[in-house]
Design a protein around this ligand. Sequence first.
Ligand SMILES: NC(=O)c1ccc[n+]([C@@H]2O[C@H](COP(=O)([O-])OP(=O)(O)OC[C@H]3O[C@@H](n4cnc5c(N)ncnc54)[C@H](OP(=O)(O)O)[C@@H]3O)[C@@H](O)[C@H]2O)c1
Length: 316
Amino acid sequence: MNTNQFGEKGWTPDRIKKLNGKTYVITGTTSGTGFEATKILLSKGAKVVMLNRNLKKAKGTIAILKQELGEAIDIVNIQMDLSKQSSVKKTAEDVLKTVPQIDALICNAAIAQVPKQTITVDGWESQMGTNYYGNWTLQALLFPLIEKSKGRIVTVGSLGYDMGIKTIKFDDLNWEKDYTPNNAYSQSKLAQIMSMYELQDRLKEAGKTDVKAYACHPGSSRTNLINSSGSFMMKFIFNLMKLSPLTQSAEKGAYPEVMCAIEPNLDESGFYGPTGRNNWTGPVGAHKIKSHAKDKTVAKRLWELSEKETGINWNI
Ligand SMILES: NC(=O)c1ccc[n+]([C@@H]2O[C@H](COP(=O)([O-])OP(=O)(O)OC[C@H]3O[C@@H](n4cnc5c(N)ncnc54)[C@H](OP(=O)(O)O)[C@@H]3O)[C@@H](O)[C@H]2O)c1
């Protein structure tokens, strides 16, 4: 029996009518799912504010999108390096000054499978610092505008949440011992997802039910992810996988994040992504998430640690 709420084919952008008057802020749009999500949102009439670190690439992205969708599209880029707290804070300030509303903040950018332990300028393991603490600060600083807009926060996680140690390594978050690219990446994606479910609880407790927070993932999609930050061996393996039906297009990988940004009546407690074999490909919808991603004690501790580490409070 098909249990996908969107039917046999799952969620597709055909469900979107018009997004005129809506504004979406999205990170990491120079390639992959971020690029494709941006294209879908623009093609439906939305304004898109891209947050990218590389201005030259961002300019190229705008040129490609204008070529494909026409000069009239409403798109801007604000520079942000997610791996540096100073840059994230400056970007949040710029967004708050120049963007009047945020219907959804889509936290898409990430690095993955960094071959050797690397520490960010702020002192964190690079995947934790970029994928988790970078997003923590961006989300918290933009929260007042998202709240004013009755908007959403969408976190692009990964099935990697279940491929590492399955909890947060509080005693050694920088992986001084036993660093492996997969464990460190998986840890950062688990942290990202956990913080969304914890945020939902905190919003409900505060009676702030106008803001929604969702966790999703793109399955196994043919993007630049491993080519940008992975080791030679990981690139080799992933490029072989790209030739097989175990992977899907970057466009399909973008559907879950677009769905979470715009679809009404989604269950916040769900985990959204492809529902086919292993959740790597297939029709998009809600699927099971393992209980360690919703461990309340760990999530609460992580939240409190994040406030301390970044010095940023959500003021919910
Ligand atoms: N592809 C998959 O199969 C897969 C599976 C599970 C989860 N995911 C998740 O899907 C999301 C999108 O990844 P993707 O697969 O589309 O990879 P991608 O093609 O490599 O895109 C990643 C984007 O993030 C940007 N980025 C990286 N580091 C940044 C930083 N420090 N500051 C700002 N932007 C930064 C990249 O910009 P630059 O051009 O400047 O590098 C790029 O635009 C990620 O959250 C990833 O963890 C992907």
